[in-house]
Each structure stands twice: as C-alpha cells, then as structure tokens.
Write a protein that binds this ligand. Structure first.
Ligand SMILES: Nc1ncnc2c1ncn2[C@@H]1O[C@H](COP(=O)(O)OP(=O)(O)OP(=O)(O)O)[C@@H](O)[C@H]1O
Length: 230
C-alpha cells in the first residue's frame, strides 16, 4: 500500500479489512464475502455496486452491526464494530449511524413529525431547528401531522431519509434507498439524500444497481467473487 493510500485509510471514518462472511447452505457453507477491504473518509460518499447475490446487502448489514462476520475487522471512528456485543452495536447504530432501506420502515402509529424525530430522540440529540429544516427541504412541512399510510411512496422515503439524518449521523448506510420508487421520484429523493447528508456532515455508503444513481456519489466500488474492486 502506498504511503498516501495508507494515510487515507488510517484517517478514514470507516475501515473494513479482510472481512469474510459465509452463510450456512444445504450443501455446507456458502462464502459470500472473501476478504473485503474498504475505506471511507468522513463526509464522502461511495456507491456499492455488484450483481444480484454478490453480497452488497450482506456487507451493509455487517457494517451496521446487524449481523456477525466470520473474520476481519470493521472500524467506525475508533470503534471496532466486530468486537462489540449486541448492546454495543445497538448503541453504535443509535449514536453514529443512520440507516435507510428500500422498505421505508416508518412507525405506522407515529405522525410524520414524530417519525422524523424518532432516531434523534433515541440518540439524545433531538434538535427542533434541524428537524424543521429537514422537513422543509424534504417538502414535508405541510405533512407533519399525517400518518405514514396517508403518504405516497416518495413522501414516505423522504421521511425515512429525514429520520435517519435527524441525529446528524457520522455515517449513513443506504440499501437501494430508491429501489421502490419510480425513476424520477427516486432520482429526486437521492439528490435530497446526498445534499442533506453533506449538510449534516454524514458520509454515505449506498447500495445501488443503477450506474446512473451511482454516478452521483463521489466514488464507486463493485463486489464480485466476494471481493471489492474500487
Ligand atoms: N440469511 C441468509 N442465509 C443464507 N444465505 C443468505 C442469507 N442472506 C443472504 N444469503 C445469500 O448470500 C448471497 C448474497 O446475498 P446479498 O443479499 O448480500 O446479495 P446482494 O448483492 O445484496 O443481492 P441483491 O442485489 O439481489 O439484493 C446470496 O446468494 C444470498 O442468497
């Protein structure tokens, strides 16, 4: 590794080294990740691409601490995610990470306003002005008293983006966040996701199948054969 690249990796917000993961299949272990290395600097964005089944969601889930790796390391700031227990991982997700999935995962019994505030309240970082700014930029200010079922898909995903960014996470993990939306709506939601992540100072790691959407991020990397090519 060159000195410049070494320095960049050491200064990274997210550092993944030698990450491996197999699932148990009927014919024995199914290796999905075979030594993945990845570094992401604070405030930058990376699109994670690769064929269906190449392990993109698996990698994102491991970074989010939602599943356990077989070997390798994941560091976010100076926290070694792979060494945390379940409580530690939950605390990391609350304090440091924002997550947006293809399914909007809003709480149906809470209004848009309360959904927007939920993660920030759980993180102990609720900021009324920032929530209002997010609602305004996401075009949700007139919808704060509605419930998720009263919103369109695009509106629901904008709530999910605002909810994830309300605590000002260091790292936003997004798994095909616009996969459920039509092209024009998805494009607009992604533009907002990137703009507001930059405003919040959040780095973005996003899974997408779309080269057009991936082109909007700072860098692209492709998973193939269990390894990541940058
Ligand atoms: N819980 C599980 N148990 C067993 N196998 C799994 C499990 N989760 C994923 N897999 C398998 O691991 C491989 C990688 O799955 P993953 O969902 O990470 O791929 P992906 O690149 O995100 O795919 P897609 O683009 O289709 O969403 C696939 O072959 C999948 O069938």
């Amino acid at each position: 590794m060159s000195a410049a690249r070494d320095a960049a990796v050491n200064g990274a917000l997210l550092r993944v080294t030698g990450l491996s993961k197999s699932y148990r299949g009927p014919q024995g272990p199914l290796p999905v990740l075979r030594g993945v290395d990845l570094a992401l600097a604070a405030g930058t964005s990376l699109a994670l691409m690769g064929e269906s089944g190449s392990g993109k969601s698996t990698l994102l889930h491991l970074v989010a601490g939602l599943d356990h790796a077989d070997s390798g390391a994941i560091r976010i700031d100076d926290v070694e995610v792979t060494k945390l227990d379940d409580d530690g991982r939950a605390a990391l997700r609350r304090k440091t990470l924002g997550v947006v999935f293809q399914q909007f995962n809003l709480v149906p019994s809470l209004t848009v306003g309360d959904n927007l505030a939920l993660q920030a309240r759980l993180a102990g970082r609720y900021d009324c002005d920032w929530r209002d700014a997010l609602a305004d930029r996401l075009g949700l200010s007139a919808l704060l008293d509605r419930y998720p079922e009263q919103l369109s898909g695009g509106q629901q995903q904008r709530v999910a983006v605002g909810r994830a960014l309300a605590p000002r996470p260091r790292l936003l993990l997004a798994d095909e966040p616009t996969g459920n939306l039509d092209e024009a709506t998805g494009d607009a939601v992604l533009d907002l996701l990137l703009e507001l992540s930059a405003t919040a100072g959040a780095a973005v790691l996003m899974v997408t199948h779309s080269a057009l959407l991936a082109a909007k991020l700072d860098r692209r990397a492709t998973l193939a054969g269990g390894r990541l090519a940058l």
